[in-house]
Design a binder for this molecule. Structure first.
Ligand code: AMP
Ligand code: GLY
Length: 424
């Protein structure tokens, strides 16, 4: 088989590495890919959001299967277009991807089908939100832009003044474009967060092993929100008991709710959960593999991933037993100095051979190859990932490797996994 993966970050690199392990795969192509991915897959210069371009590329290279990884092409209907052109695909169609594409849709879905989530109100006018926030007078408040916003569409103001500023940025200055036409104001929940990615063919749902993201830029969960500075799997807060409760009250009801709405979801559904004192609640749904969760979940997958993708495509997932390794996995993100704000590009990366280092797997996010040299070209640059018999062993390996990789002003957190290690 020839498999085409759409996207070009660390998540896509992790998918490609796993797809290459499949006994049925002869070659993997990627668009647009990146410097590190180019050692593992033939990269084509087609944007991940160019639907016609990707369909044409799939035809040109005679792809047997296409995996669409990022949110924006899924929400825009790339899988629909590929299916119409006769390709087998992995990823939801647009009418199901709306579960991530619109927060208003997902909140209304949870309310209608009694799926536990934070209480909320929806607004389409800045003055009304501001009046509501003033009247309610509960801070921190949680304000979310309706549409896609590169993972940055959530603000958690500590005061009324901060909230007014945020609402104006989202709804008047439109810092996230049309995504800010509607906002959701939510109850502020507390508790540890757990990410659970789940395979589903719309008939059954098979959760993958759990993981924990570290979203803030600095140690001790300080600093700005980022796309994710590191992940560990498993997540110790996700006990067997919580897993069962999530299956019964969240995972199965969500799949059934989407079917009932005529929006059958096939692909990877990401559940962002918070384990509150009142039980697990949904913070967000994503219509795709998480980044950087995928980088610690897929290394633990023992079953051939193409068997899973095909079973989902054929709606026979319930017949397949999916196996996971008991090892723990840790991924430490090395980012450009300055990220998530502005940062330089084009800095040479030293310490890697063909993008890799012995004993770990280096998933590339923002790298490119210029004149034979590997250089930085994004905010998050590398995800240095290791398996270990326990989390401490995995973290020790990742951090030992991080110390051998250099580029000017590299920024990474020193405390990835520490919270997980402190849970007894
Ligand atoms: P999201 O983009 O929806 O995942 O939100 C980003 C982050 O904001 C989450 O990972 C949480 O840490 C936080 N967050 C979102 N919604 C809430 C909420 N209702 N209560 C407390 N924190 C929240
Ligand atoms: N790590 C969170 C996400 O993929 O959106």
């Amino acid at each position: 088989m020839k498999v085409l993966v759409v996207g070009g970050g660390g998540r896509e690199h992790a998918l490609i590495r796993k797809i290459k392990e499949s006994s049925r795969v002869d070659s993997v192509a990627c668009c647009p890919g990146n410097g590190g991915i180019s050692y593992d897959a033939e990269c084509y210069n087609v944007s991940a959001t160019d639907i016609d371009g990707v369909v044409n590329l799939a035809r040109e290279i005679k792809a047997d299967f296409v995996v669409v990884a990022p949110d924006d092409p899924l929400v825009a209907g790339m899988v629909d277009a590929l299916n119409d052109a006769g390709f087998d695909t992995f990823g939801p169609t647009a009418n199901a991807a709306i579960i991530e594409g619109s927060k208003v849709f997902s909140k209304d879905l949870m309310l209608k089908y009694n799926i536990p989530t934070a209480e909320y109100s929806v607004f389409d006018n800045a003055d009304e939100v501001i009046a509501y926030l003033k009247e309610r007078n509960e801070f921190p408040a949680v304000i979310k832009a309706d549409g896609l916003a590169l993972g940055k569409g959530v603000i958690i103001p500590e005061s009324f003044e901060e909230a007014v500023e945020g609402v104006k940025e989202i709804m008047e200055d439109k810092i996230f474009g049309a995504s800010g036409n509607h906002v959701v104001v939510e109850e502020f929940l507390t508790g540890p967060e757990v990410s659970v990615l789940a395979f589903t063919d719309g008939k059954c749902v098979k959760p993958m092993v759990s993981s924990m993201d570290h979203k803030r830029a600095l140690d001790g969960d300080k600093g700005l929100n980022t796309g994710g500075m590191g992940t560990v799997s498993p997540n110790p807060y996700y006990t067997d008991e919580i897993a069962k409760e999530c299956m019964d009250k969240i995972f199965i009801p969500t799949i059934q709710a989407m079917n009932a709405e005529g929006r059958t979801f096939k692909g990877c559904l990401y559940f962002g959960l918070m384990i509150t004192p009142k039980g697990p609640k949904v913070i967000e749904y994503n219509c795709r593999f998480g980044d950087p969760e995928t980088q610690v979940v897929l290394p633990r997958l023992k079953t051939d991933i193409m068997d899973i993708f095909e079973a989902i495509n054929n709606e026979t997932l319930s017949n397949l037993d999916i196996e996971w390794s008991d090892d723990a996995c840790a991924c430490v993100i090395m980012a450009s100095g300055g990220y998530p704000k502005s940062y330089p590009k084009g800095l040479e990366i030293e310490g890697l051979t063909d993008g890799q280092l012995d004993g770990v797997t280096v998933y590339h996010a923002g790298t490119s190859v210029k004149e034979g040299k590997l250089v930085t070209c994004g905010g998050r640059v590398l995800g240095v990932t290791a398996l270990g018999s326990d989390l401490k062993a995995a973290l020790d390996k990742s951090y030992a490797a991080v110390d051998k990789i250099e580029f000017e002003n590299a920024h990474f957190r020193r405390d990835i996994g520490q919270k997980a290690l402190s849970v007894k």
